[in-house]
Ligand binder design. Structure first.
Ligand code: ADP
Ligand code: ASP
Ligand code: MG
Length: 412
């Protein structure tokens, strides 16, 4: 049995007309002899609508019930799409995460997939030509519905492709592929024909929401061939591939940004063993993901620690920190949601110096202040004031001449 997984994002299933375009893409694969697992997102705007609705009903909705609510978004898309397909006499049925089942942990709102059993799906594929599978959702060991975090349908699709040993996983979206930066922010952004898994991992984790980071982790781990492309044309998109020698040629391959950041500064904490552990372990125990962390060297026995968390987790993080405030000697706890992280990414910078210098000079030219800098061997991230995000992205894109070509080495 030849199986292909095709994932369609919110804008691709936004209404009847768009779903007809999805139908066409699916039919084309059917005509080539494939069985199709169509992983669908909620209709565009639906997840946000449900989140707002929850806030009308509760000042602090519990995450378990939120997940049960959010799952209805994807459920709706799969049922409607199945009806559309059946009208054309194509053997189709909708499948929800818990029916597969997609087993996850119990971190509601940001669950991680533990395992997916393929038996059910393979049986269903004997009876149906198309399965309209709800993305973004699973269930935990207590049979509670869970969701995989915003953009989680990408992860559902790649994980299903891995479980089914599918020939290909196509991620259809409202852009033609993965670009050197968000094409909706920078008109000069260039589509890449190929991108290395590691580079895509950094792009995704630095905020390029075209793929959810966990989907790239799955793709890399299980070597899933992923093709990111547009629902609205037939132009070849971007292939995720293993890094090869040619790729080292490109110093910088992309710029990403993340506005979902909040900064916390612990002022004048003790500079002694155990302080970082007292700060960060309770946050980790509460499932809060800490991103950038900066602590300076101090000649005195006091120093500041600054770090970032997602905006949605700021309140909870502050409550937890407040409890250790005296123990760590903090004289004040400051926070700021008016920040964004802008990152320069490229596997080529591993063996080159000077990339940071070019980035800092470009930001300086626009008078953009850098609050925090963090680096890995293939990325440099700067925390800046949120209002400068777009300007910083464009300026860095230009400074690394990403508008001139999509780096020759990336051509297939
Ligand atoms: P979908 O609903 O199809 O999952 P998303 O909105 O989650 O789509 O992701 C697609 C969006 O990702 C694009 O519209 C674009 O604005 C954004 N994006 C950010 N960075 C990039 C990038 N480097 N390449 C392509 N798109 C990007
Ligand atoms: N519907 C979910 C979201 O809006 C999941 C997805 O679209 O991938 O984040
Ligand atoms: Mg998405």
């Amino acid at each position: 049995m030849k199986v292909v997984v095709q994932k369609f994002g919110g804008s691709s299933v936004a209404n009847l007309e768009r779903m007809r375009q999805v139908q066409e893409k699916v039919e084309r694969k059917l005509n080539k002899g494939y069985k199709v697992v169509a992983v669908l997102s909620a209709m565009s705007g639906e997840t946000d609508r449900l989140l707002n609705l929850a806030e009308d009903f509760s000042s602090r909705p519990d995450t378990d019930e939120l997940d049960t609510l959010l799952c209805t978004g994807e459920q709706t898309s799969t049922a409607l799409f199945s009806m559309l397909m059946r009208d054309k006499d194509i053997k189709t049925r909708s499948v929800q995460g818990f029916q597969i089942p997609v087993h996850t942990d119990s971190f509601f709102g940001k669950s991680r997939i533990r395992n997916i059993s393929s038996d059910n799906l393979l049986n269903l594929l004997n009876d149906y030509d198309v399965l309209a599978v709800a993305g973004f959702q699973g269930c935990d060991q207590d049979q509670r519905l869970t969701t995989l975090g915003r953009g989680g349908s990408d992860t559902s699709a790649v994980a299903l492709a891995a479980a089914l040993d599918a020939e290909l996983c196509e991620i259809f979206s409202d852009v033609d592929g993965v670009f050197t930066t968000d094409p909706n922010v920078c008109m000069q952004a260039q589509k890449m024909n190929r991108i290395a898994y590691d580079e895509m991992l950094e792009m995704a984790s630095m905020g390029a929401k075209v793929l959810q980071i966990r989907s790239v982790e799955f793709a890399k781990k299980y070597n899933v061939p992923v093709h990111v492309r547009s629902t609205f044309n037939d132009i070849p998109g971007t292939l995720l591939v293993q890094e090869d020698n040619n790729m080292e040629g490109a110093l910088v391959s992309g710029i990403a940004y993340d506005k979902n950041q909040a900064r916390i500064t612990l002022v004048n904490v003790f500079d002694q063993p155990g302080i970082a552990s007292k700060v960060f372990n309770p946050l980790a125990d509460a499932g809060i993901v800490v991103d950038m962390i900066v602590q300076n060297f101090s000649k005195e026995n006091k120093t500041d620690i600054t770090f970032t968390v997602s905006k949605g987790e700021l309140e909870k993080a502050l409550e937890i920190i407040e409890e250790t405030k005296d123990e760590i000697g903090a004289v004040d706890i400051l926070s700021d949601t008016n920040v964004a992280k802008v990152s320069v990414i490229g596997v080529g910078m591993r063996n080159h110096s000077g990339v940071a210098g070019i980035a800092f000079k470009a930001l300086d030219k626009e008078n953009i202040n850098i609050m925090i800098i963090s680096t890995s061997e293939i990325k440099i991230s700067c925390l800046v004031e949120e209002k400068y995000t777009e300007l910083a992205v464009r300026t860095l894109h230009e400074a690394f001449e990403l508008d001139k070509s999509n780096s020759e080495s990336m051509e297939t």
